[in-house]
Write a protein that binds this ligand. Structure first.
Ligand SMILES: [Zn+2]
Ligand SMILES: [Zn+2]
Length: 335
């Protein structure tokens, strides 16, 4: 394959500054990496947290982006599984050590030496990127385009959050109805669950979107749902939703916080946690989560709603996400 020497990318040079459209040398894959031509890359809330300096110590300068759909164009000499032309997804978890105590006990999502796409190494806001072969997912052909991008983080983290809930839970509250929620609701309904969607006050657009996707109820996050919920998943980065969700769930229920960053959680009376209610967070993903989720998604089939932006308009995509103007997921595309 004829490859160029350079590529375009959107680069974060300093936190709290807009990304800069730049020409960079084509990255070259390590022996266990593939070089990938990026077809599309989702814009995740985590990217905003990185750009805004809310996540510590990003690699700088950095090419953000960790919801990458791309085509393998070249492999390092130790690559065994993927070949040129394969369509793959590249997620947030770029590499783990396999040796720390977490990796040894099947919790690679907590690896002490983990490498993260678009955070500690360059990601997908570019025309090309490199990725460790063993951490890429083959994608079903229906997702070989922008529609697959939101599955790679919003979908995966949503699915991991959902899998922390007691399997018998029927009535599930979702707090923050964006990219993750719009994917998760389709899987949950496919599995017979009832979804109650909570949005920012006055965001009737998101409430209508949730109802259109099959929620049994939608309202703003201050409202009391019509029935006690069995479980709650919080995707919005607002700590005050934790005590609210605790009050909305029934005995023995769980509140899962699906985001990587959240504002402080206000103090709350012990009685709303009493009766074996639980609060937990979800960090990163394991490859097993990814395989399970990407196996179920085409069966549902999960359809993503995307708003497309050319790569060079990444700042506009981030700004629209920040101000709540994206319904579904924002995705950067390369021509
Ligand atoms: Zn490890
Ligand atoms: Zn993400």
């Amino acid at each position: 394959m004829n490859l160029p020497d350079t590529m375009h990318a959107m680069v974060l040079e300093e936190v709290r500054q807009p990304l800069v459209y730049k020409t960079l040398p084509l990255p070259s894959p390590l022996s266990d990496q593939v070089l990938v031509k990026v077809i599309a890359c989702g814009v995740c809330r985590t990217d905003l947290h990185i750009v805004d300096g809310e996540l510590q110590h990003p690699k700088l300068p950095l090419v953000p982006g960790h919801e990458i759909v791309g085509m393998v164009v070249k492999g390092g000499e130790k690559v065994t599984r993927l070949i040129e032309g394969d369509i793959i997804g590249i997620p947030w978890m770029a590499h783990t050590c396999g040796e720390c105590k977490y990796c040894q006990r099947d919790q690679e999502n907590l690896c002490e030496n983990a490498v993260f796409t678009g955070y500690t190494i360059d990601g997908g806001y570019a025309e090309y990127t490199v990725a460790y072969e063993q951490y890429c997912f083959p994608l079903a052909s229906m997702y070989a385009n922008a529609s697959g991008a939101p599955l790679l983080c919003a979908g995966l983290i949503g699915y991991r959050s959902y899998s922390m809930i007691n399997k018998a839970a029927e009535k599930i509250g979702i707090y923050g109805f964006g990219a993750a929620a719009h994917i998760l609701i389709q899987i949950a309904i496919y599995q017979g669950k009832k979804i109650f969607a909570f949005t920012r006050e006055g965001d009737t657009g998101a409430q209508e979107f949730a109802m259109k996707l099959g929620a049994v109820w939608a309202g703003n996050s201050l409202q009391i749902p019509p029935q006690k919920l069995d479980a709650a998943i919080i995707f919005a980065p607002a700590g005050n939703l934790v005590p609210k969700a605790l009050m909305d769930i029934d005995k023995g229920g769980i509140v899962v916080c699906g985001g990587i960053h959240m504002s402080d959680i206000p103090s709350f009376p012990y009685r709303i946690l009493w009766e074996e209610r639980m609060i937990r967070s979800v960090a990163n993903l394991t490859r097993k989560d990814g395989e399970e989720f990407l196996n179920i998604a085409p069966k549902v089939p999960v359809k993503t709603q995307t708003q497309l932006f050319p790569l060079s308009n990444a700042n506009e995509a981030l700004e629209n996400l920040r101000s709540g103007k994206i319904h579904g997921a924002a995705v950067l595309i390369n021509k």
